[in-house]
Design a protein around this ligand. Sequence first.
Ligand SMILES: Nc1ncnc2c1ncn2[C@@H]1O[C@H](COP(=O)(O)OP(=O)(O)OP(=O)(O)O)[C@@H](O)[C@H]1O
Ligand SMILES: [Mg+2]
Length: 227
Amino acid sequence: MLELTDIEAGYGRTRVLHGVTVPAGKVVAVLGHNGAGKTTLLRLAIGLIKPSKGRVLFDGEDVTSLAPNQRVARGMAYVPQGQQSFGQLTTLENLQLVADGRRGGKALVDAQMARFPALEQFAARKAGLLSGGQRQQLAIARALITQPKLLILDEPTEGIQPTIVAEIEQTIVQLAEEGMHVLLVEQHIGFALEAAERYVVLASGFVTQTGVGGMAATSTVRAAMAI
Ligand SMILES: Nc1ncnc2c1ncn2[C@@H]1O[C@H](COP(=O)(O)OP(=O)(O)OP(=O)(O)O)[C@@H](O)[C@H]1O
Ligand SMILES: [Mg+2]
């Protein structure tokens, strides 16, 4: 689905990613310590930053020069790090905002309410008053309303209470089972590798390890990351 080849990218003159290649896969996990370049890689995948070298392929098409909205139109959705939503709008309004103008908009909202019971329960609550975990679920639900082929998730369980972490992990597994592709940045290495078909480890913007996912990869990855 998504394939990144030999990417060089950064901010201004600061080069952050050095020859990064990410293989296609159903669920692809991007692992690495703080500052390794994981978020930069996801921003590059959705088109918020452009590579100075390398190629982004999506669904067989070279999308390297396409803007984020064009990539979204082709079936990518991006949930940034940090559980963002419109805090002054209710849960329901946050979802309706994305659904408005789409065919079957109400059904799309209802489907996400059904997927995330907490969002249904707090439909009328301002998003700013939701818990971090609920806001993360709302951010994922907003992305899912666009019915993406590829969901790009940046640390969806970061700073979230354990009970909701399990729910979010279950959602990711469920989405993959439903046929969605996922590009996942995740600090919980055990879960990420369990869910992933393929993984890459980034360190200081270089890919230091790549391989096939599964629990068996956990010890190799932990050793490579020295944790
Ligand atoms: N807007 C920016 N301008 C300049 N440098 C940046 C910018 N955003 C990030 N960087 C730098 O790029 C490098 C990679 O940052 P990035 O956010 O991609 O790391 P990360 O792996 O997502 O880290 P974390 O696990 O903390 O989220 C860091 O050295 C960071 O300081
Ligand atoms: Mg990050």
